[in-house]
Design a binder for this molecule. Sequence first.
Ligand SMILES: Nc1ncnc2c1ncn2[C@@H]1O[C@H](COP(=O)(O)OP(=O)(O)O)[C@@H](O)[C@H]1O
Ligand SMILES: CC(=O)OP(=O)(O)O
Ligand SMILES: [Mg+2]
Length: 404
Amino acid sequence: MKILVFNAGSSSHKSSLYEVAGHLPTTAPEPLWEAQADWTKAQGKTDLTIKAHGQTTDQELATDTRTEVINQTLKTLWSGDTKVINDLSEIAVVGHRIVHGGPDFTASVHIDQHVKDSIQKLAVFAPLHNPANLEGIRTIEDLKHDILQVAVFDTSFHRQMPIEAKVYPGPYEWYEQDIQRYGFHGISHQYCARRSAQVLGKNVEELRLVNCHLGNGCSLAAIKNGRSVDTTMGFTPLEGLMMGTRSGSIDPSILIYLEREKGYNADKLDQMLNKQSGLKGISGISSDVRAIREGIRAGNQRAKLALDIFIHRLRSAIGSMVATLGGIDVLTFTGGIGEHDQATRASTCEAFGFLNLKIDQKKNNASPVDVDISTPDSAVRVLVIHTQEDWEIARECWHIVQKK
Ligand SMILES: Nc1ncnc2c1ncn2[C@@H]1O[C@H](COP(=O)(O)OP(=O)(O)O)[C@@H](O)[C@H]1O
Ligand SMILES: CC(=O)OP(=O)(O)O
Ligand SMILES: [Mg+2]
């Protein structure tokens, strides 16, 4: 069975094509084809990288319109050197990462008009994500109307969080109006929890895990008995940690002050908090940790401050998750920063010496993937896991096809 996956993040659009014959494999297989379009180029251009037949091909697309980028990406599936299928009818199911599922979606579902309407309605809460997710669904519909499409939600994994982790301490009416903590990156957190246990040869149910998903968007999940019991993102993917362009948690009075005294309106505040804050807002250079590290090497003080705040907030949020769990067995790093930036891992871990958490610097520096980088005498296992959201989505699709 061929499963196509769309994973639209805030800084990139990733797609993968998997072939699953018979049973689900226990580890993620290599996709037949993989594509990544990055939104970091100058306006009107997009970088596209395709992996197929064991080769990587880079292209520059003369567009930055999402639908057009998705269409051009898809064409490489059935044409040129990257061709892996004859046409779309070979694909049994298309799975989409949907970032905001609101209160209703506790599991993955087959996409129908009601599901599309819900994703549309929730777009106001995830403006960087849900509109992109819908465009992916519509692009596939335009190409082939009867193909089975499945929605896999970032929020589902957190829906069983205890109520005290879900309800904001505002008026109770907020909760009744669905203004509550949803949490995101659930597809990644779910995959990483299972994969961490697998790497350690343990059952996920017997571990207390803190999973650090550090990409362009960043969030932590505290996982116990294989379930999310707390997370740093909330009503929207803006709460919690400092991120690439998002502030994370701030005193809400700042917004009241800016509105009352400085004449800011909702659109301007939204733009400021979602796009002009975080690593980019503080450094003034970029949302990308690689560029910030370059800035630090060149002596840029704001670049240094940006990363110092990032680490300070990350450490304190991990501490809070450990308290919620009543201890910690496994600390997992994942996402673009978590997987690739060894200095972030090292300085985060340094703070947890008091828990007798120790990492092996050599292992940490060796660009590890799916390995334990802690020392044998560390009281906490520290893992670097390559998150495979696409595979997690493909697994969900496989289960839905089996049920049908
Ligand atoms: N080699 C690297 N070294 C340090 N940071 C990296 C590296 N590669 C990627 N990153 C960081 O990861 C971020 C992208 O993370 P990713 O998880 O791919 O993003 P998204 O949230 O869009 O899925 C980049 O903005 C950058 O900060
Ligand atoms: C929810 C979220 O922030 O996703 P991403 O990290 O892909 O932007
Ligand atoms: Mg991502």
